[in-house]
Design a protein around this ligand. Structure first.
Ligand SMILES: [Zn+2]
Length: 122
């Protein structure tokens, strides 16, 4: 079972959810039990867009707006990571911003070294 910080919070890391039809693969982690990030998150956004595109109860416009806003925010984080990669290793603000943005994007999983650095900053 994945670490709690990496675990999918929809299925609690099991990779399955129970529906009225019985257990099915988790739609948020695609069955691996890990939190969505990177391309998996984009797949989930596309699934949501497909599911709600023809929704007649009025949720479609809300979902499309949320998906758009999420993509814009993630795009800004990618630009931050890219910009911070050009900063020198002595630029602590850039290193911190790159670390936080990378974590939010799910670009890499936290390692013991990353955790130690984070604790050292706190
Ligand atoms: Zn899941």
């Amino acid at each position: 079972m994945p670490d709690e910080s990496e675990m999918c919070h929809t299925c609690f890391g099991t990779g399955e959810i129970v529906t009225e039809q019985g257990p099915v693969g988790c739609p948020d982690c695609y069955g691996d039990g890990l939190a969505a990030g990177g391309s998996k998150l984009e797949w989930r956004l596309r699934d949501l867009e497909r599911s709600y595109r023809r929704d007649s109860r009025g949720a479609a416009s809300d979902i499309m707006w949320l998906v758009h806003e999420l993509r814009q925010a993630r795009s800004a984080l990618v630009l931050i990571v890219t910009r911070c990669q050009d900063a020198g290793e002595d630029d602590e603000v850039a290193l911190y911003a790159r670390h936080q943005a990378s974590q939010a994007l799910g670009l890499y999983r936290a390692t013991v070294t990353d955790t130690a650095k984070k604790v050292g900053q706190g």
